[in-house]
Design a protein. Structure first.
Length: 290
């Protein structure tokens, strides 16, 4: 299977890391990154340096590849435009992975989902932290979740998604409203899912990654516990990037979504509403229905 990279610019850690992991983890599935295209070249020629064929256009990547990865992890606002151009170039549906999250704004994220549905194109989007082996190992114990708490570091629109993605994996979809009573440097977010809640603490400082590792916990109802509840907790220790690529490989092979449309959209809504809530002084904001 030939995989095509579409990017804003390719000189970043995700493109290089994804390529490395595809080569190491998906070669036995006969998958390879065959073509790549970027809107703007920054620095050295990534394709030449990495040994990937440089396509002359986005359309060439789409036509010659069996599956598409839209990256642009630091230019999420370009996702809608890149997806629209990808869809326009498709003669037949092909699976498309969209890095990190669909878009910075919920309305545009909904456009991506609607367009994918209209053209019967399977899509998948999600942060690598969603696929943390530590989290996946703990998930079977997290039935009947009432609340979860996730911790990590920012800044919000660049790395905040990783913390939120852990919570979304635990909670699933059904987001109703969000409040952020923190600051630009320290997000203190509560997201309600009906009568369930996710608490997210995201800090931004020069040394935050050293002293505030990604972690998760879930407070769950349990008939086996003497008090009626158990708490499952863990710290992310690694392996998430590799696990993401394995999941993307399974998605490409089967065409079956690994993340539901509702959860992809709720993830965007949490980020958008958390920022809007903070700027408004820390108020509850309700998810607007489409």
């Amino acid at each position: 299977m030939k995989i095509g990279f579409i990017d804003y610019n390719l000189n970043h850690s995700h493109a290089t890391g994804f390529l490395k992991n595809v080569r190491e983890l998906l070669a036995d599935k006969a998958m390879e990154v065959s073509y790549a295209w970027e809107m703007k070249q920054v620095g050295d020629d990534w394709c030449t340096a990495q040994g990937v064929r440089k396509a002359a256009s986005l359309e060439e990547v789409v036509s010659k590849s069996d599956a598409i990865m839209i990256l642009a992890p630091d230019n999420i606002d370009e996702h809608l435009q890149l997806f629209q151009k990808t869809v326009a170039a498709l003669k037949n549906p092909k699976p498309v992975y969209i890095d990190k999250y669909l878009h910075t704004r919920l309305n545009e994220a909904r456009e991506i989902v609607a367009l994918a549905k209209a053209r019967n194109i399977p899509i998948m989007s999600g942060s690598a932290l969603r696929f943390s082996p530590d989290l996946e190992k703990a998930l079977p114990e997290m039935k009947n979740v009432l609340t979860c708490t996730v911790n990590g570091y920012g800044p919000m629109w660049v790395y905040g998604i990783h913390t939120i993605s852990m919570g979304m994996r635990i909670m699933g979809s059904g987001l109703t409203r969000v409040i952020n009573t923190g600051t630009e440097q320290e997000g203190v977010i509560t997201a309600e899912f009906g009568n369930r809640k996710m608490f997210a603490h995201i800090v931004m400082s020069e040394n935050s990654y050293k002293i505030f590792p990604w972690s998760f916990s879930a407070f769950c109802a349990s008939e086996q516990a003497s008090c009626g509840f158990i708490c499952v907790a863990g710290t992310v220790t690694g392996g998430f990037f590799e696990n993401l690529i394995r999941s993307v490989g399974s998605f490409f092979a089967s065409g079956t979504q690994q993340v539901t449309d509702d959860e992809m959209l709720d993830t965007v809504a949490v980020l958008e509403l958390a920022e809007a809530s903070r700027k408004a002084g820390g108020v509850w904001l309700t998810v607007k229905q489409n």
